[in-house]
Design a protein around this ligand. Structure first.
Ligand SMILES: [Zn+2]
Ligand SMILES: [Zn+2]
Length: 461
């Protein structure tokens, strides 16, 4: 049984690998043992349909990027330069190669390609050193070294001369959106190609088309040139139709087109309100992982749950898709609770009972588990305060009388206990408290005792 499954699997794998070979070699006359060199650019003539004579060659015309700038002094050779003719790879059909780094430029220096910089290449068929057929401009970077450019047989309008058609070319194994046929608006206002120049957008392309004066068009802008040929001469489209078609092909919206005309202050017969541009279909958002934000956060406490807001953004366009409030559970008190030892009361100062405390919220508990919460008032150990003991000495005597007298005279007394000094408990310390202490001290606590000591003062009869 197991063996049967295994062989079925093997059969599937066989089919897949055969298909993979088929895809890789489609349109490219590359034999199985062809090993590209990582410093060369290759061109496969096969798909172009060009009738190659035995002595015909392929020109590799490279321009753009940082050539002839401060960053890169390479001065590229002109169209038709003999030095740009690629050599056919030995033993291969229709495969021409060039090693840019080994080529000498117009200054006699070697070509330098800067890594990451995008250049343009056009392949041309050369008959007796004169270049006759050409491909569309194909973007390339050093990533395309070791890859084969090939034509799928389709044709594209030449961006400068609409009467010419160029073969569309691609790189094998390279994303045509990254390095592919240059996306351009042609001299008569058509949009061809698929690859937007590195670092640019289709909006940039449109803005350049309507505002940049070009030598190819004798100092006119692309728009002026296209208007002349298409709107005024051929009359195949109105300016409204032409701009709408360009906008649609570039995936722009009416607002993009309006903005480009406003920003460049270029005059046009195109009207926003008459535009038929629908704009690109809204894409389906791809939600990313929810992200917690600070706005609207209610922090959880030991006992109360909190909440925060989580926002989901689209991973492609960054737009907010949804937001929701997420509950944060109460944190619970810090475990273990902090044990606070008893502070005993003195005669004059209250003490505090031993207890437990949460170091986060400072709540106090009588038990280590934090089950019974207590207040500061619950934990008070009362000071002893003996009645009449104004100096907290532990005895009621004449010294206490002196202490009260001094206090009433506003003389500072170190050991004064205001509660003890209030001998009659009326919450006022006055001379009556001193008198009361004297009387108690003298055993004169009622009239009978007084009369017994002073019989002549008061007569009961
Ligand atoms: Zn989105
Ligand atoms: Zn707490």
């Amino acid at each position: 049984m197991f063996k049967k499954v295994l062989s079925a699997l093997l059969a599937v794998m066989m089919v897949v690998s055969v298909m993979a070979v088929g895809v890789a070699s489609a349109g490219a006359a590359v034999s199985d043992n062809f090993t590209p060199e990582a410093n060369k650019l290759y061109f496969d003539v096969e798909g172009t349909g060009w009738e190659m004579g035995a002595k015909d060659k392929i020109g590799f015309y490279m321009v753009g990027g940082d050539f002839d700038t401060e960053d890169n002094a390479t001065k590229p050779l002109g169209w038709g330069a003999k030095k740009l003719l690629g050599k056919a790879v030995e033993g291969e059909t229709g495969l021409f190669a060039i090693e840019p780094g080994a080529l000498t430029d117009a200054n006699g220096k070697n070509y330098v390609l800067t890594e990451g910089v995008q250049y343009k290449i056009i392949f041309a068929r050369s008959v007796s050193n004169s270049w006759v057929n050409q491909t569309c401009p194909l973007y390339f970077t050093t990533d395309c070294l070791g890859h084969v450019a090939y034509s799928d047989g389709t044709e594209m309008e030449n961006d400068v001369d609409s009467t010419k058609k160029s073969k569309t070319v691609y790189w094998s194994g390279i994303d045509p959106k990254e390095n592919g046929p240059a996306l351009v608006i042609t001299s008569i206002g058509n949009v061809v190609g698929s690859c937007v120049e590195q670092g640019k957008t289709t909006y940039d392309l449109f803005e350049t088309f309507i505002s940049e004066e070009k030598d190819d068009f004798k100092g006119k802008t692309g728009l002026q040139n296209a208007r002349y040929y298409t709107v005024e001469q051929a009359k195949t489209k109105t300016e409204q139709q032409m701009i709408d078609d360009i906008g649609t092909a570039l995936g722009l919206t009416k607002d993009d087109v309006q903005k480009a005309f406003t920003d460049t202050a270029v005059e046009t017969a195109w009207k926003y309100e008459d535009s038929t541009i629908v704009g690109p279909a809204p894409h389906e958002h791809t939600p990313g992982d929810p992200v917690a934000i600070e706005e609207g956060r209610v922090p959880a406490t030991c006992e109360e749950a909190g909440s925060h807001v989580e926002v989901t953004y689209c991973t492609e366009c960054g737009e907010e898709i949804s937001r929701e409030t997420v509950t944060d559970n109460a944190l619970g008190h810090i475990n273990p609770l902090l044990f606070v030892e008893e502070v005993p009361a003195t005669a004059t100062v209250d003490g505090v009972m031993a207890h437990y405390e949460c170091t986060r919220c400072n709540k106090k508990f009588s038990d280590a588990q934090g089950q019974v919460e207590v207040t500061d008032a619950d934990l008070v150990i009362k000071a002893t305060h003996e009645q009449g003991d104004a100096d907290a000495s532990g005895a009621v005597d004449t010294t206490d009388v002196t202490v009260i007298q001094r206090v009433l005279a506003e003389i500072e007394v170190q050991s004064y206990d205001e509660v003890g000094a209030d001998a009659d408990g009326d919450e006022i310390v006055d001379i009556i408290d001193a008198s009361l202490i004297q009387r108690v001290d003298a055993g004169m606590t009622d009239f009978a005792a007084w009369n017994a000591k002073h019989p002549n003062k008061w007569s009961a009869e």
